[in-house]
Design a protein. Sequence first.
Length: 153
Amino acid sequence: MISRRGFLAGTAGLAAVSAAFRPLLALSSAALVKVYKSPTCQCCSHWVEHVKQSGFRTETHDLDSVDAIKDQNGVPESLRSCHTALVEGYVIEGHVPAGDMQRLLEERPKIAGLAVPGMPASAPGMYRSGDPKTPYEVLAFQKSGTSVVYAKH
C-alpha cells in the first residue's frame, strides 16, 4: 500500500515533469506558417521573427520570385506585397500582424486569406522603434479579387 508521503511525492514529481513538457506540447500544436520570400528581403525576415515570437511555427522558403506562389494561391494583383505565407488553408499576403492571423484561425471565416498590400511602415517587420506610427488596414480577400477591411491598425 502506498503511503501518503509517497503519493504526494509522486504527484509532485508528475506535476514537475508535466510542467517541463508543456512548452514542447504547445509548440507542437502551434500552427505552421509556410513563408515564401526573397532570400535578400530583410523586412520579410523581420516579419517571420514577429510570427515566431507570437507562438507560430515557421517554415521559410527562399525563392528568386514569389509570383508563382501568389498566382497559385489566388492573391489578387492589387493586394500583393513582398512575401506570401500559407497557414491552415489560408493565404497570408504581406505584413499581416500575428494577432490577426490568430483571430483568423479562431474564427475560420470563408475567405481565401488576409493581406496587407504594399509595405506600410507601421506593420510588423517594417516598423522601427522611434518611427512615427501610421495607420494601415488588413484586408480579408477572396480569390475573385473582392476584399473587405478585416482589421485597422
